[in-house]
Ligand binder design. Structure first.
Ligand code: FEO
Length: 404
């Protein structure tokens, strides 16, 4: 999907970027992070975006991760010198954006902090200060004028925390979208896979549980004339094509709709026999005309990537071993990730292996007990140690059922 978004490139940390005459990028790129949010590998790094609006009053959208406070404040100073900032808008209190609120408040003692009432409660918890003497509490529909620019605040609860607001600037038709429309990857590294792949892994992993709330935000955004989207991670989307595409993808992801034709096969394997069955099934599916079979080894491949694939395709095949009369730990971990993100509207099939008492299919099926609109595809394929003629025939029957 390369080229669908305008990937703005920024130099490392201290170079700002013009978005419009009045709006400047003052965020930072992180190439040192090991795990984003403590669990996501980000081979292309991470961007913590922040935006400065120069008007009769000067306004900044959001701070950055704790490790980049000095670089971020230097970015602001490089734009406005020693002039004051009048407002800091805090759209989201997760520390990748909020960690430098106290540093900002010290650097700009006359600035007003603008946020939702829930955000100020969180500030008290994080920093011991809710800025009672210098704050502006905003809610859905409230506006703030800085001169030429008039900002409208829009509540976006659970996209991705409860206190989140997004902000629409009527003058520039810019939507400052907080975590929405963000992606993994620093902005000074071109993503060879374009916007979709790491935006999808980001959305499904981080916001995936909150589909209805994301749908509600999309409905509000549909009423706005949007010329650009400025998220808190990833590139600014500033063409009709990139905005239209991102909104379409968010609609698909947040409604739990199937995005692409194909089948996702996820397995764990202790000595290779279950893996052999998963790969044999892939071969059979492709031979029957399935356009794409995405296979993941849940012990060795990136699990958030496997979760992303499970949501991307309409059919999921799970293959694992019976283990302590339960299932192999990585498979349990994986299904937990699906279920807690409200996995639904999918077909699911099972391959189980067990040398003396195969039980894995029953356990896996039970884990989807509360999931909505899951169709279990028969037959369940049972392997008692290694594939044989009987289990291969069952695999073929499953391939027929999945592709037919
Ligand atoms: Fe980018 Fe929910 O923080």
């Amino acid at each position: 999907m390369r080229g669908q978004s305008s990937i703005l490139r920024f130099c490392y940390n201290t170079i700002t970027m013009k978005i419009t005459e009045d709006i400047k990028y003052v965020g930072v790129n992180d190439h040192d992070i090991d795990l984003f949010e403590g669990q996501y590998v980000v081979p292309l790094g991470m961007a913590y975006n922040s935006y400065l609006v120069r008007d009769e009053k000067t306004l900044v959208f959001d701070t950055v991760d704790a490790r980049f406070g000095e670089a971020w404040l230097a970015n602001i100073r490089s734009e406005i010198g020693d002039a004051p900032v009048d407002y800091l808008v805090v759209q989201h209190m997760e520390p990748d954006h909020s960690a430098n609120i106290a540093a900002f408040a010290n650097a700009y003692p006359s600035a007003t902090i603008v946020a939702s009432v829930q955000a100020f409660k969180m500030m008290k918890n994080f920093f011991g200060d809710d800025y009672a003497s210098r704050r502006l509490v905003v809610k859905e529909g409230d506006t703030l004028s800085t001169g030429k620019h008039e900002f409208v605040f829009v509540a976006a609860p659970m996209v991705h925390w409860p206190e989140v607001i997004v902000t629409y600037d009527k003058a520039s038709k810019t939507l400052f979208s907080a975590d929405g429309f963000g992606k993994f990857g620093a902005n000074d590294v071109e993503d060879p896979e374009g916007w979709d792949c790491e935006a999808r892994r980001y959305y499904i992993g981080i916001v995936g549980k909150y589909g209805p709330q994301t749908q509600a935000l999309l409905k509000k955004a549909a009423g706005l004339d949007i010329a650009r989207i400025c998220p808190l991670h990833g590139p600014v989307l500033d063409t009709p094509e990139s905005i239209g595409h991102a909104v379409k993808q968010y609609d698909t992801w947040s409604s739990y709709s199937v995005e692409s034709p194909g089948i996702c096969v996820c397995y764990t394997s202790v000595y290779g026999h279950t893996k052999a069955a998963a790969l044999k099934l892939k071969e059979m599916l492709l031979a029957r005309g399935c356009p794409k079979v995405a296979v993941s080894d849940l012990a060795r491949d990136d699990q958030p990537e496997a979760v992303e694939d499970a949501f991307r395709y309409g059919t999921l095949v799970l293959a694992t071993t019976t283990y302590n009369m339960d299932i192999f730990p990585w498979m349990r971990h994986f299904i937990d990730h699906l279920v807690e993100r409200n996995y639904q509207k999918r077909r699911v099939a099972f391959i189980e292996n067990g040398s003396w008492a195969p039980n894995a299919a029953k356990v896996m099926k039970g884990m989807f007990e509360k999931s909505k609109e899951i169709e279990f595809v028969e037959p369940v394929v049972t392997i008692t140690s290694a594939l044989n003629a009987d289990s291969e025939a069952k695999l073929a029957a499953l391939a027929d059922a999945l592709v037919g």
